[in-house]
Design a protein around this ligand. Structure first.
Ligand SMILES: NC(=O)c1ccc[n+]([C@@H]2O[C@H](COP(=O)([O-])OP(=O)(O)OC[C@H]3O[C@@H](n4cnc5c(N)ncnc54)[C@H](OP(=O)(O)O)[C@@H]3O)[C@@H](O)[C@H]2O)c1
Length: 367
């Protein structure tokens, strides 16, 4: 089947010119925004115009998009009716203020914050898991991108759930500091230097020292003693995959720059052997299995940084329950956990003919 495109034929050349989209990235100077610019270019997403937006303090600062350099504009002064697609990555407060307004102005918003993930009128999408939910995007012109830890988890769970139905999952995360934005990365770097040299190691972004330490706390405490980061993982897994999966989570921040890891214990309704699970995961979209019983036969966040895949290692039987497996799941939180998934959502909208170009929908079928 061919791609749905709006096309123009040139009288001078015997080829079809495919129109691209006018795209704006809000939060273009941030960790995720910069990755979005890189991945749109890497995946050849059809972009005709790119606008980089950030806060007023970044106005005029430059970001790279392929060979080009783009100057940042202030979100407050931008006319969103002049673009087709907006990738929002500037935090929940900015999304709550802007995303609905932008959606009403015309473009579709892919929102990277937690602001709309639980909204029943907004689809929450991981394209390998629930692409069919995308139709709901038309309701508010907003699609939500999940939390970084959930995105990689559901990619790994989906094919196993289809095969043997997951009853219960226990997940412990080992989340990198880049999940807390560029300030999180700066804090790990500065504290590491300060502890062994001169400098101030006082925690600012994280509540306790993160260098050479592990914090069993991400986000905010809830009344039940869990954190909101932990609750995001079960809420979002239920919305995208299956509300009947029982999921309990401990989220932990570790002194790693990029790449989230997860120790995952699964209990299934039906039998599933280790070899069968390994084969299913190998065939599944977006997953790479690295699972050999040797020193180098597993993945670490350092290996996963900069990669697109969700990596699965250490696939073992859990002998303490009737049908149980243990896995180790690692991915680049700035890529599959954020920017890559957002760009894959944009590709899905494009394939479904749900995005407009400057002069209408891309509707002619070619190829
Ligand atoms: N990092 C991850 O692993 C990850 C994963 C999934 C989702 N997310 C979500 O993605 C979003 C961004 O995360 P990040 O890691 O890229 O954070 P970051 O590195 O701290 O970057 C934040 C970006 O937002 C911009 N911004 C801040 N306040 C703004 C305002 N009032 N108006 C316009 N722009 C504003 C900043 O611009 P200035 O440079 O001008 O301040 C910067 O470009 C958050 O919602 C986060 O929850 C992150």
């Amino acid at each position: 089947m061919g791609m749905r495109v709006r096309a123009q034929t040139s009288p001078f050349r015997n080829r079809i010119e495919i129109m691209g989209y006018r795209v704006a990235i809000v939060g273009a100077t941030g960790n995720v925004g910069r990755e979005m610019l890189a991945i749109l270019e890497e995946l050849n997403f059809p972009v005709d115009e790119m606008h980089a937006l950030a806060s007023r303090k970044s106005k005029g600062n430059e970001v790279s998009f392929g060979e080009k350099t783009i100057r940042c504009q202030d979100i407050e002064q931008f006319d969103f009716s002049t673009v087709d697609l907006v990738l929002m990555s500037a935090g929940g407060a900015v999304s709550r203020e802007w995303s609905e307004k932008i959606g009403k102005a015309g473009p579709i918003v892919i929102d990277n914050s937690s602001a709309f993930r639980k909204d029943p009128d907004v689809p929450l999408i991981v394209p390998e898991v629930n692409p069919d939910h995308i139709k709901l995007a038309k309701k508010k012109n907003i699609v939500a991108n999940p939390n970084c830890s959930t995105a990689q988890l559901v990619v790994a769970l989906k094919p196993l759930h289809d095969a043997a139905k997951i009853k219960r999952a226990v997940v412990s995360t080992y989340q990198s500091v880049s999940g807390a934005g560029k300030e999180g990365m700066d804090e790990l770097w500065n504290q590491t230097k300060a502890i062994y040299g001169l400098g101030d190691a006082t925690p600012k972004k994280f509540p306790k020292q993160i260098a050479f330490n592990v914090l069993p706390f991400i986000g905010e405490f809830r009344d039940d003693g869990y954190t909101d980061e932990e609750a995001k993982m079960w809420d979002e897994t239920h919305k995208m995959l299956d509300p009947d999966i029982k999921l309990t989570v401990t989220c932990v921040r570790v002194p790693v720059f990029v790449g989230h890891s997860e120790a995952v214990t699964l209990e299934f309704e039906r039998p599933i052997a280790v070899e069968e699970a390994r084969a299913i995961l190998r065939d599944a979209p977006g997953i790479m299995v690295i699972d050999k019983h040797e020193d180098d036969g597993y993945i670490t966040p350092v290996d996963a940084a900069g990669e697109h895949a969700v990596f699965v290692s250490r696939i073992r039987k859990d002998p303490t329950v009737e049908h149980g497996l243990n896995l180790w799941v690692v991915s680049d939180n700035l890529r599959k956990g954020a920017a890559l998934n957002a760009v894959q959502i944009a590709q899905l909208l494009d394939e479904q003919g749900m995005l407009k170009t400057a002069s209408g929908y891309r509707t002619l079928t070619v190829g």
